[in-house]
Design a protein around this ligand. Structure first.
Ligand SMILES: C[S@@+](CC[C@H](N)C(=O)[O-])C[C@H]1O[C@@H](n2cnc3c(N)ncnc32)[C@H](O)[C@@H]1O
Length: 281
């Protein structure tokens, strides 16, 4: 088993994959139906022909087609929640945990009965993380993609959170017109179309509508900033994820929309990743 791991790690590294050892471990564990630790604990366990063939197919998909590991194994961990992912949703990124942490910091009372809105929920990652941390919150999660909402529904059910999540289809604030929320969060598409040719090949396996938002990537961010105030209750807070290069622009848009306390939050790498603002009457 360790030989298989060594060979695959080298193969992935030669193909330019960023995390060759980790990817090899995840795929071998998936092919064998065990966890990564078991690969080392039971390293002398024989690998039968069926398992070997299954692993070989996964390695080929990863190395040749650059399919992300999360899509090959059908799940990804986010905020310690195990989420199902398919090609209909963005694979949740660790950067997005910055947004969850900042949102929870703004509303530190675990027992608060918050009305929360997650715009562009995808797999449900942000909505479910907040629902899991604030057990009395009522969370509405929207998306323009019906297939994405089906994945979010499945994840909510698997995590036992479906009773507190309402899913609604439509663009931005349209599905919740006239409603007010204490907390509005969003990780909208924000990749610039003009950068499409230079992106990692893995992104080709994720939905274009989850990634791209116009030539410079700000189409959805601009509309979000212009409309979010109407969806906020008095003292409500909005937090939006973005590319670090967009942070100053979006902060200025939020201030221009009469929101206060506009702040930037940095991700683990120290890059501006989230802009937050509050409605103060
Ligand atoms: C970057 S993904 C984020 C998914 C998830 N929230 C996460 O953080 O992993 C953006 C999501 O927004 C949805 N979306 C794109 N444009 C939208 C719009 N105008 N209104 C609502 N959702 C939108 C996409 O379908 C996609 O699921």
């Amino acid at each position: 088993m360790l030989d298989l791991l060594r060979w695959t790690t080298q193969h992935f590294a030669e193909r330019g994959i960023d995390t060759p050892r980790l990817d090899a471990e995840c795929l071998l564990a998936f092919a064998l139906g065990c966890d990564r630790l078991a690969l080392y604990v039971n390293h002398d366990r024989p690998v039968d022909d069926g398992e070997r063939a299954r692993f070989r197919d996964l390695v080929r998909e990863r190395a040749a087609s650059r399919v992300p590991v999360a899509l090959l194994v059908g799940e990804r961990e986010f905020w310690s929640l195990r989420l199902r992912v398919t090609r209909d949703v963005l694979v949740p990124r660790p950067d997005t945990e910055t947004l969850v942490a900042a949102a929870l910091d703004l509303f530190p009372d675990r027992e608060a009965e918050l009305a929360v809105l997650d715009v562009g929920t995808g797999s449900g990652a942000i909505a479910l993380a907040i629902a899991s941390e604030r057990p009395k919150a009522r969370v509405t999660a929207t998306d323009v993609s019906a297939p994405a909402l089906a994945v979010a529904r499945d994840n909510a059910e698997r995590l036992g959170l479906a009773g507190r999540i309402r899913l609604a289809e439509g663009p931005l604030f349209e599905p919740v017109a006239g409603e007010r929320f204490d907390l509005v969060v969003s990780n909208p598409p924000y990749v610039a179309l003009r950068d499409a040719a230079s992106l990692a090949p893995e992104l080709a396996h994720e939905p274009r509508g989850a990634l791209f938002a116009g030539a410079d990537g700000t189409d959805v961010l601009r509309a979000f900033a212009a409309q979010v105030r109407e969806a906020l209750a008095p003292d409500g807070a909005a937090l939006v994820e973005l590319d670090p290069a967009q942070a100053d622009t979006v902060a200025a848009w939020l201030a221009a929309a009469d929101l206060r306390e506009v702040r930037t939050h940095r991700d683990m790498a120290g890059r501006a990743r989230v802009v937050a603002a509050r409605r103060r009457e």
